[in-house]
Design a protein around this ligand. Structure first.
Ligand code: ATP
Length: 395
């Protein structure tokens, strides 16, 4: 097992696309880190550079203490699980899992009975190698609950079973690090959730450094010890799931993480006597004491306020903490419902509320805003979270 470190890593493809732009990242030994971001943000390219499948244009990559920039993929001591699993169709599950180890045998030429007579020592070692491989494959198969499948071929397996075999093939190698590239994206929603749990439990057991790529923020948040949110080839934020959710460094991260996404309201901070309020041009919301203090210097400047859907709740609360909205569509979700609402200034505000609340389409409702949990950003899609100190939480 090992730490993996990226120092100022950049990738420019022939033709000029800068897929990865000066990334610094240290993945601790035994850590499970997830690279997440929208399509084209450079997460797969980053993973492929760590694997050695893609040359790097500038920077250094270390696996353990070893600089691997010029080391071939097979010599990096990593195991990769791809989206399409890349199993050998003509081999049984056992052979698929054993294949990498078989290729590394040093006494493979001494398996035959003649060797037992002419070179008994080498024959014995060859037998030990085979036994060690068998034990590793059986151990991994047991860990993944696929012992019954070892004699089958990939075409005789379900998607979830194939996925387990691909993971098993990675485990038996006992590599320094696992690299996963969207390994669950071919599975249906229910199986994805099940496999997600299994991968997490597996990591707790084998504790191998793991770098996992997905475009699914929910998968990232449930799996990662830390989450690396990327956009346009750059790391936006690298932090624990809690930190990324509760203290997003900018508008992009705030909008990317969370389902349904955060609501953004544009307006200004206005002074009303000694107190500061957010004013969207129609309605005012008084800031909580903590924000009053931190944002005192931003009065009258344009600002974006972020409210998570669960931070809104229909209520009779005092003016200054409620937003008057008109209810649009109501989407029941079992114990909760998503309510699409609007104000004269903002056409789409999503509120996630308890199913027992009574709201009807077309109705005007006062929604209490949890002002302790709102966020403020500089204007624009990349606007910095002004609640946080500059440069906060980058790693
Ligand atoms: P996705 O989730 O869609 O797989 P990603 O975040 O993994 O996206 P990458 O595959 O790393 O993104 O691609 C990053 C950028 O590099 C994209 O703009 C992509 O078009 C470009 N790119 C990727 N591979 C190549 C290539 N071989 N040649 C040129 N440009 C490439």
């Amino acid at each position: 097992m090992a730490q993996v470190a990226l120092e100022s890593v950049t990738k420019v493809f022939p033709g000029g696309v800068k897929a990865v732009d000066d990334i610094d990242l240290i993945i601790a030994d035994q850590e499970f880190i997830v690279l997440v971001g929208p399509s084209g943000c450079g997460k797969s390219t980053t993973l492929r550079m760590i694997a050695g499948l893609e040359d790097i244009t500038a920077g250094q990559i270390y696996i353990g203490d070893r600089l691997v920039n010029d080391v071939a993929p097979k010599d990096r001591d990593i195991a990769m699980v791809f989206q399409n699993y890349a199993l050998y169709p003509h081999m049984t599950v056992y052979k698929n899992m054993a294949f990498g180890l078989m290729m590394r045998r040093t006494h493979a030429g001494w398996d035959n009975p003649l060797a037992a007579v002419v070179a008994p020592g080498k024959y014995r070692q060859a037998r030990q190698e085979r036994r060690a491989i068998r034990d590793r494959v059986n151990g991994a198969a047991e860990m993944l609950g696929i012992e019954e499948l070892l004699r089958r071929r990939p075409r005789e397996l379900s998607g979830g079973q194939r996925q387990r075999v691909a993971v098993g093939r990675a485990i038996v190698r006992e590599p320094k690090a696992f690299l996963f590239d969207e390994p669950l994206s071919n599975l249906d929603a229910r199986l994805r959730i099940e496999m997600r749990g299994e991968l997490k439990a597996l990591h707790r057991r084998v504790q191998t450094t793991t770098i996992y790529v997905t475009h699914d923020q929910e998968e990232a948040m449930t799996l990662g010890d830390r989450v690396v949110v990327m956009k346009d080839g750059r790391v936006q934020q690298c932090a624990t799931p809690f930190e990324v959710y509760e203290r997003p460094v900018n508008h992009f991260v705030a909008g990317f993480v969370g389902t349904p996404p955060m609501n953004f309201l544009s307006g200004r901070l206005r002074r009303a006597g000694a107190r500061l309020a957010f004013d969207d041009g129609e309605q005012r919301l008084t800031l909580c004491p903590d924000h009053q203090e931190r944002l005192a210097g931003l009065a009258d400047r344009p600002i974006t306020m972020g409210i998570r859907p669960e931070g809104l709740c229909p209520t009779q609360a005092a003016p200054g903490t409620t937003l008057r909205v008109q209810i649009g569509v109501v989407e029941p979700l079992g114990d909760r419902m998503d309510v699409l609402a609007s104000t004269p200034r903002h056409q789409r505000i999503v509120c996630r509320i308890d199913i027992r609340q009574r709201v009807r389409e077309g109705e005007i409702v006062d929604m209490q805003v949890d002002m302790n949990r709102v966020h403020f950003f500089e204007p624009g899609g990349a606007g910095r979270n002004v609640n946080l100190p500059a440069g906060a939480s980058q790693g």
